[in-house]
Design a protein around this ligand. Structure first.
Ligand code: 9WN
Length: 449
C-alpha cells in the first residue's frame, strides 16, 4: 500500500486509540463520567451510548455500565437522567438540589439521582451490545446472553413507565416535563414553552458551575434560561415528582417528537429481545412501536417538511427547524413520497447541503433558521453523537444510502477533533467539553462497527 493510501487507515487507528483512551480516563471503575469536568456523573442517554462504545472494547464492561444506571431506577420504572457519583460533590445542580428521596418514596435513597428522565435509547444500545458481543466470540456472546434477562426486566419496567405516565392518552407521543428531559436543553424547540415559564420569585439562590468549566459563556445556556431550568426543577420537586400532578399543573409540558421516535425504535428492539428470550410481552412491545411510529409520522408539518413537537399548554405545534424534525427517519412510518421529501430536505442547503458547513453533517438547528446560532449549544453546533445516532438508525432501517454520506462526514469531523461535545458548524472548532464520553463512543462505533 502506498504511503498516501495508508493515511486514512492510520488516521482511523489513531482515532480509535484516542477514543478508547477517553473512555478509560473517564471510567471511575463503576461508571463512565459523561465528561471529565463538565459532567462528572452518569447521565442516562450518555450511558446507553457509552455502553455501545464500551462493547467494542469489553462487552462485560458495557453491561456493567448499564447495570450501574439500573441501580438508579425508580420504583415507577423511570430511569433518571443522572445517577450521581457520591465521591463527586462539586456538581450543580447536585443531588441536594433535586432532593428526590426527600420528597418521594419512588426514588432510591442510594444511589442518589435526579428526578427527570432522558430519551429512551437504552434498548437500542442493548440490541447492539448483544450483536457486537456475538460477533466478537461465542464466549462473549454467551456472557451477554446470560446477562440479558435481568436487563430485559429493567427495560420493560422503563418502557411501561413511559407509556403509562408519559402518554396516558395513547397518542403515540411522549410528554416531557422539563427541557432537560429532551437532552437538547436550550434548543429553539423549547423557546415558546419556556417563554411562558415564570422564574419563581422564591427560587433558592444558586451558583452555576457549567460556566466556570466552559469559560466562553456564549457556548452555554443564558442566565435567564438557567433560571427557568432551575425553576422547573423546583416546581417538580415541590410536586413530589408525581407525574399525575405535574401533568395537571406543570408549567412546561410538551410532546417530544425525537424521544417518541427513539421510543418507537427502542420498542421494536425490545420486542426483538423479548422474542429471543421467549418472553410473553412481544405483542405489547410491538404495539408500542406501532403506536409511536404513527404518532411521530402524524407530527410532520407539511410546510416545514419536519416533524414538530407540541406545546400541550396551548395545543400549538412548535415550529422550530431543528435536527429533531427528522425524527421519522429514525423510526420509519412515513409514506414513500413523504420520506423521499424528508431525505431531500436533509440533503438540501437548509441542512447537510448548506454551502458554509465545514462537514456535511446535521447541525442541531438549521443554519437557514432565524433561531440559528453557530456556537450556542443546541442552537446550531453540530453534535457528533447525534449524527452517529442518525446514521445508526438509518442503517438499522436499511437506509444505508442516506446514512453513507453522513457517516463519512461525521468521521471527518471526529478525525480533526478532541472528542469534543459539539462543534462550530462552519469552522469545525471544537466547543463545550473536551473528551466527552459519548463522542468517543460514536467514534468507536463508527470506525469499528
Ligand atoms: C443537563 C451530559 C448531558 C447530556 C444532555 C446535554 C447536557 C446537561 C447540562 O449534558 O445536559 O442534563 O448541564 O446541560 O444537553 O443531552 O445528556 O452529556
Amino acid at each position: 500500500m502506498s504511503a498516501v493510501s495508508d493515511l486514512p487507515v492510520r488516521r482511523d487507528a489513531q482515532v480509535v486509540a484516542g477514543a478508547a483512551a477517553v473512555l478509560r480516563a473517564n471510567d471511575t471503575g463503576v461508571m463512565v463520567r459523561a465528561a471529565p469536568h463538565l459532567y462528572p456523573h452518569q447521565w442516562s442517554w450518555d450511558a446507553a451510548f457509552v455502553s455501545v462504545g464500551l462493547a467494542h472494547l469489553d462487552p462485560g464492561r458495557a453491561c456493567a455500565e448499564l447495570d450501574h444506571l439500573f441501580t438508579g431506577q425508580w420504583r415507577t420504572g423511570m430511569l433518571p437522567h443522572i445517577v450521581f457519583d457520591p465521591a463527586e460533590t462539586d456538581y450543580f445542580p447536585g443531588p441536594d438540589r433535586w432532593g428526590c428521596a426527600e420528597v418521594t418514596d419512588d426514588a432510591p435513597v442510594a444511589p442518589r439521582t435526579s428526578g427527570i428522565c432522558q430519551p429512551p435509547v437504552h434498548a437500542l444500545a442493548v440490541e447492539r451490545i448483544v450483536a457486537l458481543a456475538e460477533r466478537r466470540s461465542a464466549a462473549a456472546g454467551a456472557r451477554v446472553r446470560a446477562w440479558l434477562p435481568g436487563a430485559y426486566r429493567r427495560l420493560l419496567a422503563w418502557h411501561r413507565y413511559l407509556v403509562r405516565e408519559r402518554d396516558p392518552l395513547r397518542t403515540g407521543l411522549l410528554t416531557i416535563h422539563h427541557g432537560w428531559e429532551s437532552g437538547m436543553d436550550n434548543s429553539p424547540r423549547w423557546d415558546e414553552p419556556y417563554s411562558r415559564v415564570a422564574v419563581l420569585p422564591d427560587l433558592p439562590p444558586y451558583r452555576r458551575r457549567d460556566t466556570r468549566v466552559v469559560r466562553d459563556a456564549a457556548q452555554r445556556p443564558t442566565r435567564l434560561e438557567y433560571d427557568r431550568y432551575l425553576s422547573g426543577v423546583e416546581e417538580l420537586r415541590r410536586a413530589g415528582y408525581d407525574d399525575a400532578r405535574i401533568r395537571a399543573t406543570g408549567g412546561f409540558l410538551v410532546t417530544d417528537v425525537l424521544a417518541s421516535a427513539v421510543f418507537a425504535a427502542a420498542s421494536e428492539a425490545l420486542a426483538g429481545i423479548a422474542r429471543s428470550l421467549g418472553a410473553g410481552e412481544v405483542a405489547e412491545l410491538e404495539e408500542h412501536a406501532e403506536r409511536f411510529r404513527a404518532g411521530v409520522a402524524d407530527s410532520v408539518d407539511a410546510g416545514l417538511g419536519l416533524a414538530l413537537d407540541t406545546d400541550l399548554r396551548t395545543g400549538a405545534p412548535l415550529r422550530a427547524e431543528t435536527v429533531a424534525g427528522f425524527a421519522p427517519l429514525l423510526c420509519g412510518g412515513l409514506g414513500t413520497a413523504t420520506e423521499r421529501e424528508m431525505v431531500a430536505l436533509l440533503r438540501s442547503e437548509r441542512w447537510t447541503g448548506h454551502p458554509g458547513l465545514r462537514h456535511a453533517v446535521l447541525p442541531s438547528t438549521s443554519p437557514a433558521s432565524p433561531a440559528f446560532h453557530p456556537r450556542a449549544y443546541w442552537r446550531g453546533p453540530t453534535w457528533p453523537v447525534v449524527d452517529w445516532f442518525v446514521v445508526w438508525m438509518l442503517e438499522r432501517r436499511g437506509r444505508a444510502d442516506v446514512a453513507g454520506p453522513l457517516r463519512r462526514a461525521v468521521l471527518d469531523e471526529l478525525a480533526e477533533g478532541s472528542f469534543a461535545e459539539y462543534h462550530e458548524p462552519f469552522t469545525g472548532e471544537p466547543l463545550g467539553s473536551a473528551a466527552q464520553s459519548w463522542t468517543a463512543a460514536a467514534a468507536l462505533d463508527l470506525l469499528l462497527g
